[in-house]
Design a protein around this ligand. Structure first.
Ligand SMILES: Cc1ncc(COP(=O)(O)O)c(C=O)c1O
Length: 428
């Protein structure tokens, strides 16, 4: 079927919530590259929003998928299954955690974390101790509780009344958390690096400071590592940089390299309140998905991909700095380049030139390539980014050159793009 008809059917049959989808239909992927229905090749520097850390059609992942599909897809959590047990053990062996609950997405992992924090705090302390402190510009998912936790009104609008029991404070502000803590606080929920509302890297003292505040008040620290986990920040988990650990951590995205999975990891004492029957999921942790995730996690660890991410992230950051002396960058393989104007036209221009990149908020170009990225891929990506920022832009230092396509590329609709009137922005 031709691309035009597919896009017409997409517009006609899907609910319109992904209105800002790029006008391409992707059909195949291999390593760092994907191809569309017209045979055009793209270098993938978005990884399906930080998901395909091992790239596309990785032989070990494809092998695990084939084997798992031909062995056992699903049995329900009424029974044990070996891959689920091995994955839980491997996650615990390589993190602070003692226990794991498997879900199907990031939002569900965060739901589990929120429910666990409430139950723990009510049982251990007081029945009115259920509040979660989250941060502005955060992103934690689209279910009703996680969209309430998400500190961005644009995702909440129209879905009110929201879930009670959430407070928001500015990110990277310990004093604000300290002021917000009271007798009702059950937990603090943060991303170690904010990845959707901009790429916001906190000060070194932020996570250790949160740990101290939580310990002093006897409340739980929940880290949402859905985007930062699995090596993207140069360590397997971003919290390792801070020399401290949370009580609960949530994962999804790269854990099974694109096969849907979520996981909530926690300490023994916290897990103990999740007694029989208190939580569950039909699909959570099927033998199929956990076989794949097991292979992905083993590959990330054995091939030392976090270290590789650190090297290649630095390579990219240096390259961005050369494009223009300043960038609003940075954390290893989750790179935000702050622009002087909207990111959407730059994203479109990159795509037209064969490079897939993301936005984070309106003015930040987000690079989240697979961790297997090579220097030559970075060089090509940097070349395209430089051109897309506009040779034009150097002739127009205020970024006033017109943009031909006008459409925003962020599939979740997170980047508001003022259609038509955009310019090719420069790195701010
Ligand atoms: C930090 C963070 N938390 C939670 C989520 C929600 O994950 P999912 O879309 O799998 O529900 C995302 C997704 O972008 C995320 O980046």
């Amino acid at each position: 079927m031709d691309t035009k008809t597919l896009l017409e059917w997409s517009a006609r049959y899907h609910t319109p919530n992904y209105g800002a989808r790029a006008p391409v239909c992707l059909v195949r992927g291999d390593g760092m590259r994907v191809w569309d229905t017209d045979g055009r090749e793209y270098l993938d520097f978005g990884s399906g929003i930080a998901v395909t850390a091992l790239g596309h059609s990785h032989p070990r992942v494809t092998g695990a998928i084939r084997e798992a599909a031909a062995t056992l897809l699903h049995v329900s959590n009424l029974y044990h299954s070996a891959p689920q047990i091995h994955l839980a053990k491997l996650l615990c062996d390589h993190s602070f955690a003692d226990r794991v609950f498997f879900a199907n997405s990031g939002a569900e992992a965060n739901e589990a974390a929120i429910k666990l924090a409430r139950k723990y705090s009510r049982e251990r302390f007081a029945s009115d101790r259920y509040e979660i402190i989250a941060t502005r510009n955060s992103f934690h998912g689209r279910t009703l509780a996680t969209v309430t936790a998400t500190g961005q009104e644009k995702y909440q609008h129209g879905f009110e009344p929201l879930v009670p029991g959430f407070k928001h404070v500015p990110y990277n502000d310990l004093r604000a958390v300290e002021r917000a803590i009271d007798a009702h606080t059950a937990a603090v929920l943060v991303e170690p690096v904010q990845g959707e509302g901009g790429v916001n890297v906190p000060d070194d003292g932020y996570l250790p400071g949160l740990r101290k505040l939580c310990d002093a008040a006897g409340i739980l620290l929940i880290l949402d590592e859905i985007q930062t986990g699995m090596g993207r920040t140069g360590r397997l988990w971003a919290y390792e940089h801070a020399g401290t650990a949370p009580d609960i951590m949530t994962l999804a995205k790269a854990l099974a390299n694109g096969v849907p999975i979520g996981a909530m990891l926690c300490r023994e004492e916290v897990a103990s309140v999740l007694t029989a029957g208190t939580h569950g999921s039909t699909f959570g942790g099927t033998p199929f998905v956990t076989s794949v995730a097991l292979t992905v996690l083993q590959t990330v660890i054995e091939e030392k991909l976090p270290e590789r991410a650190a090297r290649m992230g630095q390579y990219l950051v240096d390259g961005l700095a050369r494009i223009q002396n300043r960038t609003g960058v940075v954390t290893v393989m989750l790179i935000g380049a702050e622009l002087s104007g909207p990111a959407a036209p730059v994203i479109d221009a990159c795509r037209d030139a064969g490079l897939l990149v993301l936005s984070a908020g309106e003015r930040v170009l987000r690079l989240a390539p697979p961790l297997i990225v090579e220097p030559r891929d970075c060089d090509r990506a940097l070349g395209i980014i430089e051109k897309s920022l506009g040779a034009g832009a150097s002739a127009h230092p205020t970024g006033a050159s017109a943009h031909p396509t006008g459409a925003s590329a962020h599939p979740t609709g997170a980047s508001a793009h003022p259609t038509g009137a955009s310019a090719h922005p420069r790195l701010a």
